[in-house]
Design a protein around this ligand. Structure first.
Ligand code: E4P
Length: 214
């Protein structure tokens, strides 16, 4: 399974990338705005740190505007992927861009139908939002399970990025259900390798060692 970092914070990316755990990065306008830095500058810097795909989202909502922005973003680095919102205009843009070999990640997917449409239009990645579905009391894990099933059934190559990950359980669940990728906020990522019993175990071992030595 691949892990992406859902952040534009360069320090977070560098720290976790040094563990060999970062296969890519996703951003959105909210994530970028938190850094207070120039969009192109921060995306270019991240693309230089991480070898895998780095998603940068368009702001335009019309096809022409999205395609124009996407062509520009695609010039920034070889590993940049253009994030496009799941709308009719977005699907049209994805279709145009796929013919130009520009990779896209269709975001804000909440149904199997939306995922299928994005895959069929030519998206390289589709991003179902797990946490936001949980927030409205909808079974987000069923969405991941069904998307996995239909993409495999019809042989679509789009990769499923489980997005809007809020906790460790989300990561474990989407891994079990066959999401290709989980994109994880920097605040959640360390929980993947931590456990209070690990910490308590280390402390007890150290105390016993000190008593033995003394
Ligand atoms: C990533 O591609 C998404 O934009 C992100 O995971 C959304 O997360 P949120 O629902 O916590 O804002």
């Amino acid at each position: 399974m691949k892990f992406f970092l859902d952040t534009a914070n360069v320090e977070e990316i560098k720290r976790i990338n040094e563990l060999g755990l970062v296969d890519g990065v996703t951003t959105n306008p909210t994530i970028i705005s938190k850094e207070g830095r120039d969009f192109k500058e921060v995306i270019t810097e991240i693309c230089g740190i991480v070898a895998g795909p780095v998603s940068a989202e368009v702001i335009a909502l019309d096809t022409e505007g999205m395609v124009k922005e996407a062509r520009e973003i695609a010039q920034w680095a070889d590993n940049v992927v253009v994030k496009i919102p799941m709308t009719e205009a977005g699907l049209k843009a994805v279709h145009i861009l796929s013919k130009e070999q520009i990779k896209t990640n269709v975001t804000l997917i909440f149904t199997v139908a939306q995922g299928l449409m994005a895959a069929k239009a030519g998206a390289s990645f589709i991003s179902p939002f797990v946490g936001r579905l949980d927030d409205i009391g909808t079974d987000s894990l069923a969405l991941i399970r069904h998307l996995r099933q239909v993409l495999d059934q019809y042989g679509y190559s789009a990769e499923i990025i489980a997005a809007s990950i809020r906790n460790l359980k989300h990561v474990e669940d989407v891994a079990e259900l066959g999401a290709d990728i989980a994109t994880i906020p920097g605040s959640i990522f360390p929980k993947l390798w931590s456990h209070p019993l690990t910490d308590a175990g280390i402390e007890a071992f150290m105390q016993d060692w000190q008593s033995f030595k003394g």
